[in-house]
Design a binder for this molecule. Structure first.
Ligand code: ZN
Length: 265
């Protein structure tokens, strides 16, 4: 649906292939990959809480390669967006919360094959904490994870480099003020070569799984602030969550993020 929304506009489209097993194995355990790639229902794959079959496995692998491709393109051109990805609840040895593979960390490890010291920031503004990403990167001194999320919501929290717990029912003005303050904190301590922006739109006021109350304009402003706070640093945008009661709202919000980052809105 996001592709249908954007396909009539002028974009440089790039199509990813299926991520190969060796690429996934830089992050995930052999046993978990055996289960996932074989589309097996096990305790570890079931924690995704969504069905698994060979088509879903293939879609997730393509989405993951899309994040790697977007990261490579961002380093080359300054910005690139994947139409899928941002599976921030996935851990090395199990799935969680709709996320089978941690595409962001897989992409970081893939890039570092050629660029070993690459410094990456993950700015996660999905309404849910980026627990899998935080856990996977916790000992990585060349990575900084910032997660701003609703406190009283899924998942069981892990420790990011910097966590910001938000009260439920927060609206645009308060949210944007907190965002500004915390982007500044990050900028003072970490200078990334590349930013992954986990741009979940489940902060929207009419989201079924989120308890914040941001408007369409508030989310646009959120995205602009992330875009503008570190000029010159390449950015990859990933959609992550979005469960608006009207699915068309979710599609429009994800498209809005992409248009903003590419200077079209
Ligand atoms: Zn979410």
């Amino acid at each position: 649906m996001l592709y249908d929304e954007l396909k009539h506009e002028r974009w440089n489209w790039n199509e990813p292939h299926v991520a190969d097993e060796a690429t996934l194995a830089r992050v995930h355990t052999k046993k978990y990959l055996r289960d996932f790639l074989g589309a097996r229902v096990t305790d570890q794959t079931m924690q995704a809480e969504v069905p698994i079959d060979s088509r879903i496995v293939e879609a997730v692998r393509v989405a993951t390669q899309g994040t790697i491709l977007a990261a490579e393109l961002a380093l080359k051109y300054g910005v690139a967006s994947n139409l899928s990805g941002g599976f921030h609840h996935s851990f090395a040895d199990h799935a969680e919360g709709f996320c089978f593979l941690n595409d962001t960390v897989i992409a970081i490890r893939a890039l570092r094959v050629a660029k070993p010291g690459l410094k990456v920031a993950v700015i996660d503004l999905d309404v849910h904490q980026g627990n899998g990403t935080a856990y996977l990167l916790k000992d990585d001194e060349n990575a900084y994870t910032l997660s701003m999320h609703e406190k009283d919501n899924y998942p069981v929290k892990q420790q990011s480099s910097h966590d910001v717990d938000l009260a439920s029912h927060l609206g645009d003005a308060e949210y944007l003020k907190i965002l500004d303050d915390n982007l500044r904190i990050m900028r003072d301590v970490f200078e990334p070569d590349l930013i992954f922006y986990i741009a979940g739109v489940d902060v929207y006021k009419d989201d079924a799984l989120g308890g914040l109350e941001l408007s369409v304009q508030g989310i646009a402003e959120r995205d602009r602030r992330v875009k503008n706070f570190m000029p010159g640093v390449p950015v990859v945008t990933l959609p992550a969550g979005g469960y608006a009661r009207n699915i068309a709202d979710t599609v429009k919000l994800h498209a809005q993020t992409i248009r903003i980052f590419h200077g079209k809105q």
